[in-house]
Design a protein around this ligand. Structure first.
Ligand code: PGA
Length: 254
């Protein structure tokens, strides 16, 4: 039993439309209203245009909502960007930063990721900072070196403790091949030790796992001592699967 509240976050990526996202939010809301999820935190991260919809459908429910990205700038002439203060206006409690799809496809560096996390914390929003190695890096035994570099880049920003780290091995994302619980636990323990070494309150910072988490794989991951929840992509687009993963988190930690 641990003092950190498990977090199960759904990353909807660029999926859905007004009709399907409304239906999914409503199905999740009724499952959460009818269940006992007080011991975990459940979060949905829809695309930006549906944040107001999430706020409307989830208001006063146990489920919170957040964004998938944020600008590294405070405000100004940055066409297409969305600021942390705007996310706060929409009631976001969390935002994902440094997802591998943004690092890989949009050239986000560790420095940019750290700036985004800083903007969120300054706005009172909890960043979910994604880190993780590629398959080639794992096969070359570079996993710890990569994680060390990514954690060191943000450790100064997360010293206040109001942050989440998501360990997402790139080879596990969307592949249907989650890391084994032992593999994930080893990476999470390394991340926690690295946070501690950098002066961050590692006992308070939740380290969640992402990469092909499903209803079947969740419980074995959640019983690991350093796995404090999950960042769920594909399975978060199915209300039954997402709720089942949340139920596993409720049972695993208490
Ligand atoms: P997945 O995605 O669960 O579909 O592997 C996870 C993520 O990209 O955050």
């Amino acid at each position: 039993m641990k003092e950190r509240t498990p977090l199960v976050a759904g990353n909807w990526k660029m999926l859905g439309d007004a009709a399907s996202n409304t239906a999914l939010l409503d199905r999740m809301r009724s499952a959460f209203d009818g269940g006992n999820f007080a011991r975990i935190q459940a979060l949905i991260c829809p695309p930006f245009p549906y944040l107001a919809l999430a706020a409307d459908r989830l208001r006063s429910s146990p489920v919170v909502w957040g964004a998938q990205d944020v600008s590294d700038q405070a405000e100004g002439a940055f066409t297409g960007e969305v600021s942390a203060n705007m996310l706060r206006d929409l009631g976001c409690t969390h935002a994902i930063v440094g997802h591998s799809e943004r690092r890989g496809m949009h050239g986000e560096t560790d420095t940019v990721v750290a700036s985004k996390a800083h903007r969120l914390i300054a706005a009172g929003i909890c960043p979910i900072i994604c880190v993780g190695e590629s398959l080639a890096q794992r096969q070359s035994h570079l996993t710890e070196a990569v994680l060390a570099h990514q954690i060191d880049a943000v450790v100064g920003v997360v010293k206040g403790g109001a942050a989440v780290i998501a360990y997402e091995p790139i080879w596990a994302i969307g592949s249907g091949r989650a890391a084994t619980p032992e593999m994930a636990q080893a990476a999470h323990a390394f991340i926690r030790a690295r946070l501690q070494a950098g002066g961050a309150p590692a006992d308070q910072i939740r380290v969640i796992y992402g990469g092909s988490v499903g209803a079947a794989s969740a419980s074995a991951l959640f019983v690991q001592p350093d796995i404090d929840g999950a960042l769920v992509g594909g399975a978060s687009r199915n209300a039954d699967d997402f709720v089942a993963i949340c139920e596993s988190a409720t049972q695993a930690k208490f």
